[in-house]
Design a protein around this ligand. Structure first.
Ligand SMILES: C[S@@+](CC[C@H](N)C(=O)[O-])C[C@H]1O[C@@H](n2cnc3c(N)ncnc32)[C@H](O)[C@@H]1O
Length: 280
């Protein structure tokens, strides 16, 4: 059974289904994504105007999509994601909020259910990292953008990080997460390849920047590092154990190392991201 699952995921190179998404949808992971995503709002804010039509691809829990809705008050925003439970939960939040210019829809970034030249902006964060052939996703985004429309994309570069102290378990955490993402066909350091990919698809005037995923004030440390631990405890942890890369005790040791870092605050860890903006 296990071998069947591995073969299926490795052979299916041109598709991306929900099963190919290695992070999973456990509550701890979704809380971490929501917390992290909001920190990225500054990256897109300068480009939003009140009358824009915006699409967010792979919106996950949708916290940034809600923020965008507050800015495009005379336009609208749609968040798409491949997971129907997330979309249904996000749409319930829209109903409760009574916001009119926001909706969520189940869709695959590789086959967007929109006509050509439809959106002013397409935004995505931490999505290409999970796509087996990310350039196809960028092509699809290019298709649905209006002429002069903008792609805004932010993706991790997981093979570089800052750790103090240089605790081997910290480095190993990243190596294990990278291995798990790769085993599902993703590219955990796709954030460094944004310029060549956008350029190949035909975007112009591409602006590249980078930022760090890191805690802000000392108060933030426990929830921040707990987020990384939650990733290792979720579906990624199941993949690590199934593959036999380390045993359960070792994963617990990894979790404890991070929790010690946030408790004693005698160290620091941060991970880089690549960001790109390009015009169609
Ligand atoms: C790491 S999460 C990022 C969520 C959100 N963008 C954020 O930054 O918090 C990746 C999201 O992409 C979605 N996803 C994965 N493959 C997808 C695909 N082919 N089409 C659309 N969404 C996809 C997953 O369901 C997941 O919600």
């Amino acid at each position: 059974m296990f071998i069947d699952r591995i073969m299926k995921r490795k052979n299916n190179i041109d598709q991306n289904t929900k099963d190919d998404y290695s992070l999973g949808y456990q509550k701890g992971v979704l809380d971490y994504l929501s917390y992290r995503a909001l920190k990225s709002f500054d990256f897109i804010l300068p480009y939003l105007r009140p009358d824009m039509e915006v699409l967010e691809c792979g919106c996950g829990p949708g916290v940034v999509t809600f923020e965008i809705a507050n800015k495009v008050i005379n336009g609208s925003v749609i968040g798409i994601d491949i997971d129907k439970d997330l979309i249904s939960s996000n749409n319930s939040k829209v109903d409760e909020s009574k916001i009119k210019n926001l909706k969520f829809r189940v869709a695959n970034i590789l086959e967007l259910p929109y006509t050509d030249n439809f959106f002013d902006i397409v935004y995505m964060q931490a999505v290409l990292v999970h796509i087996k052939n990310p350039i196809n996703a960028i092509r699809e985004v290019h298709r649905v953008l209006k002429n002069d429309g903008l792609i805004l994309v932010k993706e991790p570069v997981m093979d570089r990080a800052i750790f103090c102290p240089e605790e081997p378990l910290f480095l190993e955490t990243f190596e294990l997460i990278e291995k798990a993402i790769k085993s599902y066909g993703g590219d955990p350091s796709v954030g460094r390849k944004l310029w060549p990919m956008l350029n190949e698809v035909g975007f112009r005037d591409i602006l590249i920047s980078s930022s760090w995923e890191q805690p802000g004030s000392l108060d933030e440390w426990p929830s921040f590092y707990e987020g990384w631990v939650n990733v290792v405890k979720g579906k990624i942890g199941d993949i690590i154990l199934e593959e036999g890369w380390v045993d359960e005790k070792h994963l617990i040791d990894i979790g404890n190392a991070w929790m010690n870092l946030s408790k004693h605050k005698r160290g620091y860890a941060a991970s880089p991201w690549g960001e790109a903006v390009g015009w169609k």
